[in-house]
Every structure is written in C-alpha cells, then in structure tokens.
Design a protein around this ligand. Structure first.
Ligand SMILES: Nc1ncnc2c1ncn2[C@@H]1O[C@H](COP(=O)(O)OP(=O)(O)OP(=O)(O)O)[C@@H](O)[C@H]1O
Ligand SMILES: [Mg+2]
Length: 511
C-alpha cells in the first residue's frame, strides 16, 4: 500500500496501565488508519478513556509502544501529542467562560496591534474566517456560554484541526447532546473527514457507532476483544463483544392497579419554562417526560428538586402542598433527583464510593445514639455496588477515579439509598454501557414495586417505551400529548411525531 492515507496514523502496541488496585489496560493494541472514523467501545470501566488519555500524553503507560505515522514516540506528553497532531476533545471542554467565541478560538495567542493591545477587529475577522474554513458560520462575538453544546464541540474540533491536528479523539461527545444536535455534529465530523481528518470516537450509543464509524475496536476489562469493519457487524454481535454475553433488552411489564398519586401538579406555570402544566405520578408508576431540548420537562424536574423556582400553581407530594427551597429540603420531603450532568451536583468526586452512597442516608444508618454503624454502612453500600455492578476496587475508592459510567451508577445508588417517594431521573442512562442501562432500568422497576413513583426526563424513546406506564410529551412548555401503555399505541415513532409537534388527525390531546 503506497497511499499514505491507507497506513496507520496511530499504532499503540501492548499497552499496559495500572492504577492502584486496577489494571485499567492489560496489553491493549489499537491502531487507527488515516482518514477513518474509528469507534472505540466497551463497558463502563473497560479502559477507553485511559487508552486515549495515554495516546494524548495525559498519563504515561507502564509499558507498551506508541507509533505515530510509523515513528516510535519514546515518551508521549501533551506537548508531543500536539506536535504530532493528536487532539482529545473532552466532553467537558475547557473554555474560558465570559470570553467570546473569537477569544476562545485564539486562546493564548490573541492578535495584537503594534501598540501591544488586542486587535479586536482582526481577532473577529480572523476567527470568523478560520471557523468558516471548517464550514461553521457562527457569530464569533457571542460569548462561549451562549452557544449550544454541539456548537461548542464543533468549535473545539475546528480549533484542534486548525492547530494542525490530524487525529481528533472524541470521548463521548454526544452524551450531553439533544438528538437534533447529534445530527449536526455528525455532519460536521463527516465533512472534516472528507477533508482528510481522522477521528477516534468513543460512545455507548451503538446506533451512532453504526451510523458514523468505519471500524470498531472493542475493549473489555482492559483487554482487546476485537477490531472489525462496522459494515460486517450487527448490533447483537457488537453487544456480545462488548458485554461478553447476550444482553436482554429490559421491558417492564405494564403494572395494573396503581397506588395513590405521589406527585400532583395542577396549573403550574413559570414564564419562560412551562405553562399551565397538570400531571400526576402515582405510587408504583413510571412516567416519561419527553420533548425537544428546552421544552419544559427538565425545568420541571429541577424545580421540583428545589434547584430552580417552581412558579405558580399547585404541587402536592403525597397529598400535601409541596415546595422545596433547596435540594436538602426536597430530599427530606421524599423527592430525589438524578441530574443530567453527573459532574455537577450529582457526586462528591474526591470522596469515596462508600461516603457518597451513605452521605445521603446517614440518619438511616445511625443508631439511636446517632452513631453510624460501620457494619450496616458496609452492607448497604455493598448491596448497591453488587446490584448495579459498580466497577471499583473497593468502597474506599474516590469516585472521581471511577470510569464515567460507574460514577453515574454511584449517583443512582446514592439516590435509591435515600428511599424516596418520588424519583426524578434526568437522562438516567446517558453515558452508561448497554448492560448498566438494563441494570438501571431494572432498579427503577424494583423501586416502583415498592411504591415509589418515578418520572424520567429523556429523549431515549426506545427506553421510555420499554419502561414507562405513560409518556407525556412537552412542546414549547406545554403538555401536548399523553401515551398510555396498553391503551394507546406507544411507539417511539408515534412519540417522535408528537415531540416534533406534528398534529395527528383524530387523536385527542391530553385530557
Ligand atoms: N486516575 C485513576 N485512578 C484510579 N483508577 C482509575 C483512574 N482512571 C481510571 N481508573 C480506572 O481504570 C479503569 C478504566 O477506566 P476508564 O475511565 O478508562 O474506563 P472507560 O472505558 O472510559 O469507562 P466509561 O465508559 O465509564 O467512561 C476503571 O476501572 C477506572 O476505575
Ligand atoms: Mg470513559
């Protein structure tokens, strides 16, 4: 093969990496061809992030070799990675808030006038021009926090590419993205590939892997399972490679005979967020709240948890008037919430898995004198680690050292441990692997068996139809449709049509 585009730009051989108590990579080889989109998949904790972090010099490997365009790299460092054109676009991009897009594009090397002042007109002209070269028409004067996450990621990718990166690594780029922004990002990535860029793409969304990638590398438990052209794979085969077993999709049977309402909302309005919402969640019921980004479902959940004002209207929890000024009060009243952004208020990163799970339930563990029983604590925490399959060397491990998906599971355990009356979950399966998705949904089912009411804010329509008794559709702040399992035809396609605001003839809106 003389065409250099067909050669390997990156080749990692027999990479070993251990962290205290964990063999994160156990002799993994990984290679990427120029001009391809190469998906890297595997369960939570399989070693994906560690592998690409080694490739970009964030960690040194214990042993193993790295070649870039055939040249061995003795010691990969972040500077070296930049020099050889490998860039990692992290999910949580390092932007300086408060600055404009233009300033971020030129971060560290703003054009100056002869007098040494920032040359604003040149800055704006040049940054707009640079982004346009990558097909991005964006007003560069806007501040970074005003752009959508997808735009931010595209700007990050463009920034990496004009810094001469030829290999761009995306570690779970779409996890925080609403579906329509995923489309935009994918088109952008494909366009950049046409222009010669190479991508490594890490994701738990297997449909996206099939849609976007040319080849797939699968890791399991720090070991290489296989490398396959995507076109030769089927979804069940890939799931088996990832999990080592078949994973049954979890379908929660419709449960008849619901209990009393645990949450009642009547005529609730908050300007700019939602208008005249009325809904109920019963004990033992799972209700999906879906719609486009900003349709009001997420705002309602945050409001109920005391993170945002609820607005005017009536809210009852367990039949009693309800308002929570803050999350602590919400938890005391039996309202628990899983935030979409697990790096936000969900976890206390530097504390251990044990502390994180038990912090929220100290009163349940304390005996009459107020001492926490170590034995009871260990058994409670141990139970959650086992039932959710949390991959950790021990309860004492700091949560920030766990893989992304395992952090998410710790948050779920923490919430479940508070024994809530109503559990609000915002995109609960985001960033978790196929098997953990099923485990989380199973836990939701168990909770409802115990009389908890669950509301899931999500646009994973397949999952919603699998677990929900009802799915409520929000459109521009209003509740527009209701789908009841076993009564209405509750399919992802029908819900999607409702989400996009299509009026279907002959179907009643929510009563
Ligand atoms: N800094 C660290 N200290 C200790 N252990 C770590 C550290 N970073 C990663 N690990 C461990 O190494 C293993 C691999 O983690 P890694 O983050 O690479 O997984 P991943 O495949 O990216 O998972 P996910 O899909 O959940 O993001 C995990 O068991 C994790 O707990
Ligand atoms: Mg990861």
């Amino acid at each position: 093969m003389n065409d250099p585009r067909l050669g390997n730009v990156v080749e990692m051989r027999d990479i070993v990496k251990t962290f205290p108590g964990v063999r994160a990579l156990d002799g993994v080889s990984f290679s990427v061809r120029a001009g391809e989109i190469h998906a890297l998949v595997g369960k939570n904790g399989a070693g994906k992030s560690t592998l690409v972090q080694i490739l970009t010099g964030l960690y040194p490997q214990d042993s193993g070799e790295i070649f870039v365009r055939g040249e061995p790299i003795e010691r990969m460092t972040t500077t070296r990675a930049k020099d050889v054109g490998i860039a990692l676009v992290a999910q949580h991009a390092r932007f300086v808030p408060g600055l404009s897009i233009a300033e971020n594009v030129f971060a560290g090397s703003l054009p100056r006038t002869r007098g040494g002042f920032v040359d604003w007109s040149r800055l704006h002209r040049d940054s707009a021009e640079r982004l346009r070269r990558f097909g991005l028409e964006i007003d560069v004067r806007r501040r970074m926090e005003e752009v959508t996450i997808a735009e931010r990621q595209m700007i990050e990718i463009a920034r990496a590419l004009f810094a001469e990166a030829s290999v761009v690594i995306l570690d779970e780029p779409t996890a925080p993205l609403p579906k329509h922004e995923v489309r935009m990002l994918f088109e952008f990535v494909r366009r950049q590939r046409e222009r010669g860029a190479t991508f490594v793409y890490i994701s738990h969304y297997l449909e996206e892997v099939f849609e976007l990638s040319d080849r797939v590398t699968v890791l399991r438990n720090g070991q290489l399972v296989g490398v396959t052209p995507t076109s030769q794979l089927t979804q069940p085969t890939l799931v088996r490679m990832i999990s080592g077993t078949d994973v049954e999709r979890f379908r929660r049977p419709a449960r008849g005979g619901l209990g009393k309402p645990v949450l009642e909302v009547a005529g609730l309005s908050r300007p700019g967020a939602y208008e005249d919402l009325s809904l109920r969640v019963h004990a033992g019921e799972v209700v999906g709240l879906t719609g486009l980004e900003g349709c009001g479902n997420g705002a309602l959940a945050r409001g109920l948890f005391g993170l945002e004002p609820l607005g005017v209207g009536r809210v009852l929890v367990d039949g009693k008037p309800y308002r929570a000024a803050n999350p602590a009060e919400a938890l005391r009243r039996g309202v628990a919430y899983l935030p979409r952004d697990r790096h936000g208020l969900g976890i206390v990163g530097i504390r251990s898995v044990r502390d994180n799970v038990s912090l929220s339930v100290t009163d349940k563990l304390a005996n009459a004198l107020g001492f926490i029983s170590g034995r009871r604590e260990r058994s409670l925490v141990g139970k959650y680690i086992a039932s959710l399959g949390i991959k950790t060397p021990g309860m004492g491990q700091a949560v920030e050292n766990l893989s992304g998906g395992n952090q998410q599971k710790v948050v779920v355990a923490k919430l479940v441990a508070t024994a809530p009356r109503i559990l609000l979950l915002d995109e609960p399966t985001q960033g978790v692997d196929v098997q953990a998705k099923v485990e989380i949904l199973r836990i939701v089912d168990e909770l409802t068996g115990g009389g908890v009411g669950v509301a899931i804010v999500s646009d994973e329509l397949g999952e919603l139809t699998d677990v929900c008794d009802r799915v409520l559709v929000f459109y521009r702040g209003r509740l527009t449709r209701e789908f009841r399992k076993g009564v209405d035809e509750m399919t992802p396609a029908r819900i999607l049509a409702a989400i996009e605001g299509e009026v279907e003839e002959g179907v009643d809106a929510v009563a």
